[in-house]
Design a protein around this ligand. Structure first.
Ligand code: FE2
Length: 278
């Protein structure tokens, strides 16, 4: 690593609700951070009360981008209008490339107890927005868990670290998605392609030091330029997600669950949805 990235911007999530009243924290896709090309949205959800999530996300469409769900606790069932279904379990992930479109539901498969995880929206390049939908359902045991430095335990969901490859493949923005747990005093260097956008979000413990800046619990740090990041836990253990991807640098036209390049394409999406062409 020649130049360690530092934090250029820090953001706290906005408590909100989506779907049928699911309480969540919107970290990307809110006024403080509208997007971080190619990332359109990051939601963190976590509750031990069934009432906070029981409504789930009933049938809704998507077109033009990818939804990534990473579960830490709890079970969610997804089902779409093309006959696909699957169960998301703790430690598992789903990378759904919506492409030209589908209608699906994401519903809790439990009435109470802890439900915790993330949903990330990743944009698709113009050439792939109308491709056929694709699912990558990833069981917990398919995700390599490595210890690339003493006291650093990393699950590689997408991309590569220390020779371990994440199971997610064939994604246009060549993403890195890591779940990093650091013991007190542990440090870890992670190489990142110089041109990629990146962020870290701390979800457990006291926080992490990145170069000369610190990031607290429930804070997202946007990474500045450089070819890697140096993470260090303080006197307390911490856990974060570290995510990076190639920016698309294309126009973004967004309307709810449709993310295209032009307003005309958005109108077409609404029309196709209403006409039952998803
Ligand atoms: Fe969805």
């Amino acid at each position: 690593m020649n130049t360690a990235r530092t934090i250029t911007r820090r953001v706290r999530g906005l408590p909100t609700s989506d779907g049928a009243g699911v309480k969540l924290t919107r970290v990307i896709g809110q006024p403080a951070l509208e997007m971080l090309d190619p990332f359109l949205l990051l939601d963190a959800f976590g509750s031990e009360r069934g009432a906070d999530y029981i409504g789930g996300f009933p049938d809704h469409p998507h077109r033009g981008f990818e939804t990534v769900t990473y579960m830490l606790a709890g079970r969610m069932r997804h089902r779409d209008n093309h006959g696909n279904s699957g169960l998301l379990v703790p430690g598992g992930a789903q990378w759904m490339t919506a492409g030209s479109g589908l209608i699906h539901s994401e519903m809790p498969e439990q009435e109470d107890g802890e439900m915790r995880g993330f949903q990330l929206w990743v944009n698709l390049p113009a050439r792939d927005k109308m491709r056929a939908p694709r699912y990558q359902d990833i069981a917990p045991e398919q995700i390599p868990e490595i210890e690339p430095a003493p006291g650093a335990r990393v699950r590689v969901i997408a991309g590569e670290l220390a020779g371990a490859h994440g199971p997610v493949s064939g994604i246009a923005t060549r993403p890195l998605f890591l779940d990093v747990a650091l013991a007190a005093g542990a440090a870890l260097d992670v190489p990142l392609p110089a041109g990629h956008s990146g962020f870290a979000y701390v979800f457990e413990g006291a926080g992490v030091t990145l170069g000369d800046s610190t990031l607290g619990l429930n804070e997202l740090g946007v990474l500045g330029p450089g070819d890697g990041v140096r993470l260090a836990a303080g006197g307390e253990a911490t856990r974060l997600i570290l995510v990076a991807g190639q920016p698309l640098d294309e126009p973004v036209a967004k309307y709810g669950p449709f993310v295209m390049n032009t307003r005309e394409q958005i109108m077409q999406a609404v029309e196709d949805f209403r006409a039952g062409r998803f």
